[in-house]
Design a protein around this ligand. Structure first.
Ligand code: 8YV
Length: 319
């Protein structure tokens, strides 16, 4: 059987099971370059396919060690850690998993908005710790309403549109910042304008270099002391130091974050802000159902490579 290299920690047992039917699976995620060097040229010279999740990528250096590489199949929609220009230059296809996870990530966005504005995590702790019983009924602080408020969405792609569908059910007034007009939605011309409008500023842009630190001290100031930042995109979109300062100083009301600049590392200062933040360990697409749909799409792209049929979901740069 031909080898498939997994460049990320086993992304999904179901996917690995599917791949194992046709390939020998070699997991190199712990030390990709070292592992490839240890494999020996009789194996590396016939590796055509690599599979991995969005957390770890594939460098040009790694691609150089695999002369027969044809496909890098990313288990996720975001492929910011893969050196796509290097892949293109070598004629290597990169595929991702768009669409199948958009609804899931939008669901988590709504959950985070409610969690941070209604302080659900603290409320849970209030009951669980016995504080409610000790201090008495009606003692948990009043929180803030989400329905009818204003949502500003940064990025209006597939996930942004799914978020819009859901927020309409909450009677929210919605505006966005993005490259193109969107029928029926107000498009703001600057991020600070969107931030000043929003009670909830939601990040749904890809982790491209031009999006690094889009959310900085100035944007956070414009967002203001009654508003929340929600990040389900990529950690690098936010200047996390500026966000930490803004939260510490009450420049914004709170933040709900599924992604972080140096994940899985999160600074102790940010973690300490329990009354202003809700945090998740990058779980936007992480349900059994959605991870299975993502796995099926990765497996279909791998199968296309194996059988020479057209790829299902090449990333835009490789189309
Ligand atoms: C995953 C993601 O966490 O799709 C993405 O861009 O960030 C996620 O779905 C990741 O790719 C799974 O390893």
């Amino acid at each position: 059987m031909k080898p498939v290299l997994l460049y990320n920690a086993v992304p999904n047992p179901y996917l690995v099971g599917r791949l194992a039917a046709n390939f020998e699976i070699i997991d190199i995620h712990a030390d990709p370059l070292g592992a490839v060097a240890a494999l020996g040229s009789e194996i590396t010279s016939c590796v055509q396919i690599m599979v991995g999740g969005g957390e770890l990528g594939v460098s040009a250096e790694l691609m150089d060690k695999l002369p027969a590489l044809k496909l890098i199949a990313n288990f996720g929609v975001g492929y910011d850690k893969i050196d796509v220009p290097a892949a293109k230059a070598r004629g290597i296809m990169v595929t991702n998993t768009p669409d199948v996870l958009s609804a899931e990530v939008a669901d988590l966005t709504v959950a985070l908005m409610l969690a941070v504005s209604r302080r659900l995590v603290e409320a849970d702790d209030y009951v669980r710790s016995g504080a409610w019983e000790q201090i008495g009924p009606g003692t948990f602080p009043l929180t803030h309403k989400m329905s009818g408020k204003r949502a500003g969405i940064v990025g209006m792609g597939r996930i942004g549109r799914e978020i819009v569908k859901r927020l309409k059910a909450f009677d929210m007034e919605i505006a966005f910042y993005g490259h193109h007009d969107e029928p029926g939605l107000t498009r703001m011309h600057s991020l600070t304008e969107l931030a000043a409008f929003a009670d909830f500023l939601i990040l749904a842009v890809p982790g491209r270099p031009e999006n690094r630190h889009l959310i900085n001290a100035e944007v956070l100031k414009a967002l203001g002391p009654d508003a929340y930042l929600i990040n389900i995109a990529r950690g690098m979109v936010v200047d996390e130091e500026a966000l930490t300062v803004a939260l510490e100083q009450g420049v914004i009301a709170g933040a709900a974050l599924d992604v972080f600049e140096a994940e899985p590392k999160v600074s102790a200062r940010l973690r300490a802000l329990k009354d202003k933040t809700v945090m998740c360990p990058h779980i936007g697409s992480a349900t059994v159902e959605t991870r299975q749909a993502m796995s099926d799409l990765v497996a279909a792209n791998v199968e296309a490579c194996r059988t020479g049929r057209p790829y299902l979901t090449p990333v835009p740069e490789c189309r």
